[in-house]
Write a protein that binds this ligand. Structure first.
Ligand code: 6PG
Length: 242
């Protein structure tokens, strides 16, 4: 069942997303003694991350028992303005009592991106205790949606590369050909909770296509995110809503 929640403004959306994050964190910690989350990149989550870095939400979460992963990363150094890690570190990770060992950065700056993907897959499995057959289950995966219909770094037309069984794939952004590493559908669809966080009028058309489940018969990457045993939630501001 897909839950769609609308917010009146980008500010309300950020507050709603931060609260959603904290609620799932508290539930995960209460039920399993740990909270494992994959953060989204891009610009939309920045405001929500900032709210999580301050009281009261910051103090609701036991960051010492939180494991932070990333949904995808660009092939740039971790201090680069385009780095998803850099944005998350600036807005959230550097402001909460999260042990460095609990931050699992995708090393997409490496020359050998295939090896970097394999290494990240191993970290996912080892940290989350996945078996060879079942993908690791994250408690929460935050995702955005690009105007072209991509999510994480799964771009329209490259869905097959994200089909699995690999948990992490090396992608090339369709238009710019810049290299990315991304979690694949098996990981996204194994999560206990997946949330799409989308804001602004520029996204309304693509959100409508995603919610219709297809565009011209093709399932866009976000439409292929269907958690097998988890919740799927769209957090939208009114400008992004169909
Ligand atoms: C990335 C993100 C990507 C992002 C969308 C939306 O690395 O670019 O992971 O999937 O979520 O492109 O980006 P905005 O929030 O900037 O619109």
């Amino acid at each position: 069942m897909t839950d769609i929640r609308l917010f009146d403004s980008p500010e309300d959306l950020a507050a709603g997303a931060a609260l959603f994050f904290a609620d799932i964190a508290e539930e995960s910690l209460r039920k399993r003694g740990r909270f494992a989350v994959a953060l989204a990149g891009g610009s939309t989550p920045e405001q929500a991350y900032g709210l999580l870095a301050e009281p009261p939400l910051r103090d609701r979460i036991d960051w010492t028992r939180t494991e932070v992963f990333f949904g995808d990363e660009r092939a740039v150094p971790p201090d680069h303005a385009e780095s998803n890690y850099c944005m998350a570190s600036r807005t959230l990770l550097s402001k909460v009592p999260l042990p460095d060992a609990n931050i699992h950065r995708i090393e997409a700056e490496r020359t050998d991106l295939e090896q970097a993907a394999r290494d990240y897959e191993r970290i996912l499995r080892e940290t989350l205790g996945a078996t060879k057959v079942s993908p690791p289950r994250l408690d929460l995966i935050l995702l955005g949606i690009g105007r072209d219909g991509h999510t994480a770094s799964i771009f329209p037309g490259s869905e097959e590369l994200a089909r699995g069984p690999e948990l992490v794939a090396h992608m090339l952004r369709t238009k710019t050909r810049d290299a990315r590493l991304t979690l694949t559908f098996p990981v996204l669809n194994a999560a206990r909770n997946v949330v799409f966080l989308v804001s602004g009028p520029a996204k309304a058309e693509i959100v409508s296509a995603v919610l219709e489940g297809h565009r011209g018969g093709d399932l866009l990457p976000p439409s292929r995110v269907m958690p097998e045993d988890g919740t799927l939630t769209f957090l939208l501001d009114r400008d992004a809503a169909p």
